[in-house]
Design a protein around this ligand. Structure first.
Ligand code: CDT
Length: 328
């Protein structure tokens, strides 16, 4: 087999007023706890270093800029930017691979990005920019209790496509064969297309962080008068439905990590951090809405059944029938 101990690092409430230093301390503690349990890969949520700022209509440019990491020069990767360097340095020291989401500012454009960093070298092995940006450009309204979803305002759509890569950092752990990894961010997990692009590249581990609002009648659901309890239940149901289904139909593990909790005491996010196997089963799941590690030892050889039999894409796919998928 090719066993690997992995974790989803769920991160609880981060308020608009929570300091960068506090978040960094919490993230470092999660990496340290994971390393102490011999975890080799930790997957963190979307925009992990700050609150989920697209819910606010922000008019102060300085405040908005504070939610991004400025990577103006390709030679200064996010791992070296001042606000977050300490996190990456600690992960490197401990030899743990991390994938983590953040607001990326290139100086020319801002993206909702997740970086995958190899544990032993601290090298950026891949960077993914969120393709499917949900919500709107203009706020629903200016009531501070409203949870807006202004990703189309604050980010450009990702332009790297769905590029799988080998986590060479984990070669030794995985019996001499580096895991094939893919990345998605939050809303992307609801779209079959990205998953299938990764399935076609033989991905074995899909890493996906998210911020999913637990109550957003303006965004989804037919019932505008839905109760908070029912909205939460639905949001959890759909989250699990898509992750389990797409992990199964693409014969891969998925590690999915929530930014959870009740931000500012009025913007609830669902938890539901999970490790899902290639048969679509949940093998580990978060129990709280707080900072929490969800840990499992997975065997990458478990992808073989689906890849070689049930969903042998080379053998059973009929791409000549799928041309509509790439029509504009
Ligand atoms: N962050 C993010 O992408 N959240 C969305 C919220 C709902 S948009 C309809 C999600 O898909 O979970």
């Amino acid at each position: 087999g090719r066993p690997l101990k992995v974790a989803a690092a769920q991160v609880g409430a981060v308020h608009r007023t929570t300091s960068r230093a506090e978040v960094l301390d919490r993230l470092i503690k999660l990496v340290e706890d994971a390393a102490a349990q011999q975890v080799k890969l930790v997957v963190f949520p979307e925009t992990t270093f700050t609150t989920f700022f697209p819910r606010y209509y922000i008019t102060d440019d300085a405040e908005l800029a504070s939610y991004y990491e400025l990577e103006t020069n390709e030679t200064v990767p996010v791992t070296n930017t001042k606000n977050v360097k300490a996190f990456f340095d600690r992960a490197k020291e401990l030899g743990v691979d991390v994938q983590i989401g953040y607001g990326e500012d290139t100086g020319n454009g801002r993206y909702n990005t997740a970086v995958y960093v190899g544990g032993k070298t601290g090298e950026v092995l891949n960077k993914y920019r969120k393709v499917h940006l949900p919500g709107s450009t203009e706020p629903f309204d200016l009531d501070p209790n409203t949870t807006n979803q202004l990703e189309k305002r604050y980010f450009l759509p990702g332009n790297f496509g769905f590029q799988a890569f080998r986590a060479t950092s984990l070669k030794e752990e995985c019996a001499g064969s580096s895991p094939i990894v893919g990345q998605l961010i939050c809303n992307d997990r609801r779209w079959a297309e990205g998953w299938r692009c990764y399935g076609l590249q033989g991905v074995e581990i899909l890493c996906c962080g998210y911020n999913t609002t637990a109550y957003a009648p303006q965004l989804w659901g037919g019932d505008q008068n839905i109760s908070r309890e029912k909205a939460y239940e639905d949001a959890m149901f759909h989250h699990k439905l898509v992750v389990q289904a797409h992990a199964y139909t693409n014969s891969m593990f998925c590690i999915t990590s929530a930014r959870a909790g009740n931000d500012d005491g009025r913007h609830p996010l669902i938890p539901g951090s999970m490790i899902v196997n290639p048969e679509g089963h949940i093998v580990a799941e978060s129990k709280t809405e707080d900072d929490e590690l969800v840990i499992a030892t997975i065997d990458l050889d478990d992808c073989k059944q689906g890849k070689e039999r049930t969903f042998n894409l080379g053998k059973h796919r009929r791409p000549e029938m799928y041309s509509r998928l790439v029509e504009e």
